[in-house]
Design a protein around this ligand. Structure first.
Ligand code: HOZ
Length: 428
């Protein structure tokens, strides 16, 4: 596999962009490799600028549930582009997308469009604080909710990858309002609410953690968070940037049957374009400006191209909902075969999966929170990542991310992936 062009492109990029990338995990630093510069993508495949083809399990970090370049999404974006790139004024496609979300996700009455998951979670926190008149936010160790100040504390994803779970530049005065608890620990949540429940504005959680690798919620964890927040009058925020419209049409909240007060969405509702949104109970959402006193704004919010892509993708999912069952089966297949291959070769590995999200941890013990995720063998992951890449399988370049399956992954793709995994386990 020749990657000379990607190597040269990275060297050039480093002259003008910090670390050569516009988002840290992409630098491949943690897996000791040179990032691949991508030329194009179609269906389940991506192609780098050296002309190599890979089966893509990153899917732009989740939104490509239909695979890359879905015809209907592309056609919708092209048609919208012909009418104008940005208006900074209301357009019909915004209401259409908002209505789709509100009618599909039961606990969302109203929704505000923004441009990214980070904006969605940051705005949801401000709203929760404005609504409750309280300051404290509860988050869980290893969960990542974007890079705003209150949330970049003991965070997963790139923060965990680069070994600095809390960022420089976050004033202690801000950090003191963020209470970090272990994921899946209902006792810790109960104890915190008993101690200071009246001061807690919101609990924010990834209903299936995807940014410390995939960690499913234990039975009763989400239900307990729901009941505690209800009892103490705090706002329950489910961050569905990864799981929304992925784990079911109504996301993780629908899949597990647990309602939230606010749900945050990310790029999946924009068909991969820069979109985020936060939505929820009407009485809370009515606190958002111009209806209420919590200010949040943006010229590109509700951008016509992004709305067109989102409407096309969500309409496709609504009318092809069998995709969810198909992807579930693909996930089951990979989980089963990966687990068996690791066992056959005596490799200590744990495969965590929920639906189309999956992670392989090189660990003896079950991975249920950030502590156990961090105990996995990241050196082994590094070798695994590079050997899979050599065999044409493009995985997220970090132990603390997820595999994302799509409707476009074919049986042939999956078989090739299982074959590659088996070969890699033999040499690991
Ligand atoms: N933090 C993102 C994954 N959880 C990575 C985003 C990117 O590099 O595009």
């Amino acid at each position: 596999m020749k990657t000379d062009k990607s190597k040269a492109a990275f060297a050039e990029a480093k002259k003008y962009i910090p670390g050569g990338v516009n988002s840290p995990v992409r630098a491949f630093a943690n897996v000791g490799a040179n990032p691949l510069f991508i030329d194009r993508a179609k269906g389940s495949k991506i192609y780098d600028i050296d002309g190599n083809e890979y089966i893509d399990y990153v899917g732009s970090w989740g939104p490509m549930l239909l695979g890359h370049g879905n015809e209907r999404v592309r056609a919708a974006v092209k048609a919208a582009a012909d009418k104008g790139m940005s208006f900074g004024a209301p357009c019909l496609a915004e209401t259409e997308l908002a209505k789709r979300i509100c009618t599909t996700v039961p606990c969302v009455d109203e929704v505000r469009m923004v441009n990214s998951g980070t904006e969605a979670t940051m705005s949801a926190l401000r709203l929760a604080r404005g609504y409750t008149g309280r300051n404290i936010i509860v988050k869980f160790e290893g969960c990542y909710h974007g890079h705003s100040d209150s949330l970049l504390i003991k965070a997963g994803s790139g923060a965990a990858t680069f070994g600095a779970a809390s960022s420089a530049g976050v004033p202690e005065d801000f950090a003191k309002y963020t209470l970090v608890l272990p994921y899946n620990d209902t006792k810790a949540a109960e104890a915190s609410f008993e101690k200071m429940g009246g001061e807690i504005a919101a609990v924010i959680v990834e209903p299936v953690a995807g940014n410390m690798g995939v960690v499913p919620p234990k039975e009763g964890f989400l239900v307990k968070l729901r009941s505690l927040t209800e009892e103490y009058g705090s706002v329950f925020i489910m961050d569905e940037v990864m799981t929304g419209f992925r784990l079911s049409l109504s996301g993780a909240s629908g899949r597990f049957g647990v309602d939230a007060d606010i749900i945050t969405f990310g790029k999946i509702i924009g068909g991969g374009m820069p979109v985020g949104a936060y939505g929820g109970r009407r009485d809370i959402m009515e606190f958002v400006s111009p209806s209420g006193p919590v200010y949040q704004a943006g010229t590109l919010s509700g951008n016509p191209l992004a709305m067109a892509a989102g409407n096309a993708q969500l309409e496709y999912l609504r009318t092809h909902a069998y995709i969810y069952e198909e992807i579930e089966k693909k996930g089951e297949y990979l989980e089963r075969e990966f687990t068996a291959a690791a066992k056959r070769n005596g490799v200590a590995a744990r495969v965590n999966r929920v639906g189309s999200m999956m992670s392989v941890f090189f660990a003896d013990a079950e991975v249920t929170d950030f502590k156990t995720a961090s105990q996995s063998d990241t050196e082994r992951f590094k070798k695994y990542f590079n050997e899979m890449l050599k065999r044409g399988i493009y995985l997220a370049p970090s132990q603390f991310e997820s595999v994302f399956l799509s409707g476009a992954h074919s049986d042939d793709d999956l078989e090739k992936t299982v074959k590659a995994f088996g070969e890699v386990m033999e040499i690991l």
